[in-house]
Design a protein around this ligand. Structure first.
Ligand code: FAD
Length: 448
């Protein structure tokens, strides 16, 4: 390890090789506090060439490498176990926005919020947004195929990518920047690397497409009697609200936790079981469209906002869930996708099964109902006890759902991959891994 550390220090400069425990610490624990690990060192290359040299050196020493962006991932994928952490935080350059083409090139370590601000100044938007925007990076978002709040309008990260530059485990640089919006010349590497969770290559740059900014936005928080009403309303809104921009769900339990943690008074005078957050955005004011939807019989109460302060106040109920839950304890966070029609039966059964196994556990559900995506958060379990996780995954599988909608497999779900992917598919994935990384040094504990 000593020779390797010296080589890495020569490549990036001694101040960008972190070996002291207090400097490594924030790279060794994830943002939920559930996963802890140990890094031999943290290395912070500033260019693609340095990234390539770092990987070539680690490859020569057969030393495992864990790429890390903002460390906001929720499945333990960026937490090292006796590995070198390759942090992308110095790969943080953003090209000038090409307003004519509505495109931009971002290095892997550019944080989502920085990209969003640059787009806003150019009258454009980036299609993916999520509550972790202050820490999540473009490289991490490519590698997890991040979803977030606007998948129903713009698609997930995969749909935003024109080209990717990446470095293989042995240091080989590949990929085309700039890419082309249309390019059918064989296997599509950007798509393959999207969602690969850093197991095939380290992403260094991405060429991204942007969308015109929509100047009129309005947001409504709707109170509903039950999840059945939420499913009916979701189907209706998708068909009848062409300006639909976000459609989120949460429940009374989460609402109370947020109210308590942030000392906010509840938004409605009465108690309700289920809440939908609906956002519309368009080139003309979509308020009339949204108001028509609010007359539906499923809506028991509603709060509407058009100005940014009021809209942000409504969004907080949804976006503050993660922080409020974290303030109570370390949650098990399961991110699942289901056919929309299964939501009512699944939510009832998941609560019942969790209580049967762990009577003191607290279950908080929220998610992106517009994409059939629920986040199952369970408090009161020990971090390593996977009994409930497995029961939930099996339940999801019985409904034809996915054990990961958007967070990835990481370390947490690795033993359960076969609940959703066939053995033939997993075998093909292993063969691909072998081609890209024959010595298995890239994220060896993740995905496969
Ligand atoms: C409050 C909160 C809200 C969130 N909301 C959402 C949401 O709505 N939708 C959603 O999809 N996710 C969400 N997430 C999860 C997380 O933000 C995303 O998974 C994000 O894409 C991770 O980006 P990151 O830069 O933090 O990656 P990291 O956490 O650093 O890494 C994630 C994975 O990608 C790999 N990786 C990182 N960078 C690279 C690279 N350059 N090349 C190759 N591999 C790499 C890592 O090894 C790891 O396996 C949320 C997280 C939090 C804390």
């Amino acid at each position: 390890v000593h020779t390797l550390l010296q080589t890495l220090s020569d490549i990036v400069g001694p101040s960008h090789l972190l070996t002291a425990p207090e400097l490594r610490a924030r790279y060794e624990t994830d943002c939920t506090g559930r996963y802890h690990g140990h890094a031999h060192c943290v290395v912070r290359p500033a260019t693609t060439a340095q990234t390539s040299a770092v990987l070539a050196a680690c490859h020569a020493h057969r030393c495992p490498v864990v790429p890390q962006g903002g460390n906001s991932g929720l499945v333990g994928g960026a937490v090292p176990h006796d590995a070198v952490v390759l942090s992308t935080e110095r790969l943080n350059r953003l090209s000038p926005i090409d307003t004519a083409a509505a495109e931009v090139v971002a290095e892997a370590g550019v944080r989502l919020e920085i990209l969003q601000n640059a787009c806003q100044a150019a009258g454009l938007v980036f299609g993916v947004d999520m509550a972790s925007r202050g820490s999540a990076t473009i490289g991490g978002m490519v590698s997890t195929n991040a979803g977030g709040l606007h998948v129903l309008r713009y698609g997930s990260m995969r749909a935003q990518i024109i080209g990717v530059e990446a470095v293989q485990a042995d240091g080989t640089i590949f990929g085309k920047i700039p890419g082309l919006r249309k390019d059918n010349t064989g296997y599509n590497f950007p798509s393959l690397l999207t969602g690969a969770e850093g197991t095939l290559a380290v992403v260094t740059r991405a060429h991204l497409l942007l969308h015109p900014a929509l100047p009129h936005t309005c947001t409504a928080l709707l109170a509903l009697a039950d999840i059945e009403s939420a499913v009916i309303l979701t189907a209706h809104l998708r068909l009848h609200l062409p300006s639909l921009h976000a459609l989120e769900i949460f429940f009374a339990e989460g609402m109370h936790i947020v109210a308590e943690h942030f000392q906010q008074s509840l938004p409605f005078p009465e108690e309700h079981s289920t809440y939908l957050l609906v956002e519309c955005a368009d080139t003309t004011n979509p308020l009339a469209q949204l108001a028509a939807a609010l007359t539906r019989p499923e809506v028991q109460d509603a709060a509407v906002a058009e100005d940014s302060v009021g809209r942000e106040r409504l969004w907080r109920w949804r976006e503050r869930h993660t922080e409020a839950i974290r303030s109570i304890g370390i949650p098990h966070k399961l991110d699942i996708a289901l056919p929309l029609r299964s939501f009512p039966a699944f939510t009832r059964e998941v609560h019942r099964q969790i209580i049967d196994i762990a009577p003191h556990a607290q279950t908080i559900l929220f998610g992106h109902i517009g994409d059939g995506n629920l986040h199952v958060n369970i408090l009161g379990l020990s971090p390593d006890d996977m009994t409930i996780d497995e029961a939930v995954f099996r339940l999801v599988s019985s409904y034809g759902g996915s054990i990961s909608a958007e967070h990835g497999i990481g370390k947490t779900k690795r033993p359960y991959l076969l609940l959703h992917r066939s053995s033939e598919e997993v075998s093909l994935m292993r063969q691909m891994k072998e081609v890209f990384d024959p010595h298995g040094i890239l994220n060896p504990e993740v995905l496969l």
